[in-house]
Design a protein around this ligand. Structure first.
Ligand SMILES: [Zn+2]
Length: 269
């Protein structure tokens, strides 16, 4: 039964991916995509990989979830669809999914309010202990045909006062994680889950990834200027799938990290 479910899940994901690449086939495909997704949920209610090792709950990082824009800052907009609304919706879904999987979370905003970028970074930097930062955004393209999901990580981390000695030398012995591995895991999992066009990962000069001291990524979850993606993003099922994909990526990153540290060393005081 497990094998049958895995085969079906793979087939359904392939169908979703194929349909999404055929953007010209239009909105009619959306029904088929949603149908394939629904059947997957019915036949494979457990979306976790059955062979995946169980994560040690004690070593899960706190996830700082950043819903992009908000309040007077609407972000991208197209035909009544506002980026700030979509980001908050996916952020709240992501929080619920992560909490159910044993992660603690911190949100930079939970309602439609304006939060400056500096405050978002400060919220993340105030979190004590092991943590990661995931910022959620949506794209606006110059052409209606541009589509897909991409994930960014820091091109560099901005030093803070305590990083410098009186000699002006960078004194931080531990190099900070730029978030590249986290970005790769999140991007891979999100594409696998949604079947969206893969625009890859890139280091980019973005405030929130540069000013946070923890591994930080920024997910651009689709183009609201693309007719099909905009339509999908307003579908509850797709928003949930996107959030689950991000959660899968964070989990996969935790697994790869736990694998690299021998359990005996990791549990030492
Ligand atoms: Zn944005």
């Amino acid at each position: 039964m497990g094998k049958l479910r895995a085969i079906w899940r793979k087939a359904a994901e392939s169908v979703q991916r194929f349909l999404l690449t055929q953007t010209r086939t239009g909105i009619a495909c959306v029904g088929l995509i949603v149908l394939a997704g629904c059947l997957t949920l019915v036949i494979c209610p457990d979306t976790q990989d059955e062979e995946a090792p169980i994560l040690s709950a004690a070593r899960l990082p706190i996830v700082v979830i950043d819903a992009g824009h908000g309040g007077k800052d609407e972000g991208a907009k197209c035909k009544g669809v506002l980026e700030k609304t979509l980001t908050l919706d996916v952020a709240l879904r992501l929080e619920r999914i992560l909490n159910a999987r044993g992660f603690s979370t911190v949100q930079t905003r939970t309602e439609d309010v304006f939060i400056p970028l500096s405050e978002r970074a400060q919220i993340a930097n105030r979190v004590q202990g092991d943590a990661v930062f995931v910022s959620i955004h949506f794209n606006q393209g110059s052409g209606r045909e541009i589509a897909g999901i991409e994930t960014f990580y820091a091109d560099n981390k901005v030093p803070i006062a305590s990083d410098w000695t009186w000699l002006g030398l960078f004194s931080n012995a531990e190099p900070l994680d730029m978030g590249e591995n986290l970005a790769a895991e999140v991007q891979y999992a999100v594409i696998l889950k949604t079947g969206a066009r893969d625009r890859g990962i890139r280091a980019r000069h973005l405030y929130v990834t540069r000013h946070t001291r923890l591994p930080a990524v920024l997910v651009e979850g689709g183009f609201i200027t693309n007719r099909m993606e905009s339509h999908l993003l307003n579908e509850e099922h797709y928003a949930e799938t996107l959030a689950a994909g991000i959660a899968d990526g964070i989990e996969a990153w935790c697994r790869s990290r736990q694998k690299t540290v021998p359990p005996t060393l990791a549990q030492a005081p």
